[in-house]
Write a protein that binds this ligand. Sequence first.
Ligand SMILES: Nc1ncnc2c1ncn2[C@@H]1O[C@H](COP(=O)(O)OP(=O)(O)OP(=O)(O)O)[C@@H](O)[C@H]1O
Ligand SMILES: [Mg+2]
Length: 355
Amino acid sequence: MLNLKQRIVLDFGTENTRLYVLDTEKLIIEPTVLTVAEETGTVLAMGLEAKQMIGRTPHDIISVKPVNRGIVADYNLGFIYLKYLFNKATKISWLTKPEVLVSMPTSSSQVEKKIIASMLKDVGARIVHIVEQPITASIGAKIPIAEPIGSLILDIGGGKTQISLISMGNIISYRHLDWGGNDLTEDIRLYFQDNFNLLIGYHLAETLKLQTGFLESKNLRRVKQRLLKQKRLEIVETGDDLGIRISGRDLVTNLPQKVVVTNKQLSLVIQKSLKPVIHLINNIMQDIPPELINDVIDKGVVMTGGGSLLSYLPEYLTRSIGLPCYLAEEPETRIIYGSAKMLENLELFRYTLKL
Ligand SMILES: Nc1ncnc2c1ncn2[C@@H]1O[C@H](COP(=O)(O)OP(=O)(O)OP(=O)(O)O)[C@@H](O)[C@H]1O
Ligand SMILES: [Mg+2]
């Protein structure tokens, strides 16, 4: 039967787009990327298919990410991509125009909000609600945001990191960084370029990040079998540490080359890349009203976003800032499920909606 009151929530992220249809409970998650023929502008692939093509296409075919640091950077491609996802999720006609709620970074400007609203109207939305990501992330993480209790929520995405202190449904304090998990991948890639004269691809740098992260050597040993099975990373013994053999192209000779990076070296690269995040958390701590300090000390920091999934990151942050940091359950889907809860109970959350 045709549902005339469709409700859809959207998280249009730098790295991934999540779209959830409330009435059918259908969730779609796809990388926010398109493969485009540079000369004609023809879109050749979108989403997962396009992500697999990154760095593997001829030079006249490019990968375009229409969202940069949580903000629409390319209206036309963003529109084409959203239309594709909406069509994949549901049937939209003039009769079934959906009500859409989209979460954006708190740092977004009015112009940036208008752009996304107009894009969603072009895609077919009847009504568009724009809400702030720290609020939907908190709702998704089951933080009791309406209560007079201070909660710190940290969202690490692909291109943006946001930390907020929330109490009584409001963001009391907010800090953000143009830094995310993708910057960490890039720092890993650059490390090989700068220290080994080795050019490695985006996919290898990402695999290194996803598979090893902050692994201590004993854990690295444990995952050895799994990695070998996938034939992506080769583990070698290097005295008291473990190493990973990496293949790339030597920037001096232009020939294929292999180098060994130790687990410790990799951990140092990650630590260096994470410095701004630690700074960000320390920074917001200085803003906390005395009445809320105890709450924050008691409850620590709740972490959401895909970037939080870096192995051992909560432990590392806890050690570095001296406050307990916890991973929310399924951190990468907290914003989309929190958004769904909000749209389902719009009246209940109206006090926090800045429409
Ligand atoms: N297991 C993992 N270990 C380390 N990083 C991970 C892991 N899983 C996902 N990531 C990283 O999380 C990032 C994507 O997170 P997410 O999907 O929350 O970002 P986004 O919402 O698209 O971006 P943003 O919120 O910055 O606009 C990517 O950088 C990805 O590499
Ligand atoms: Mg995000």
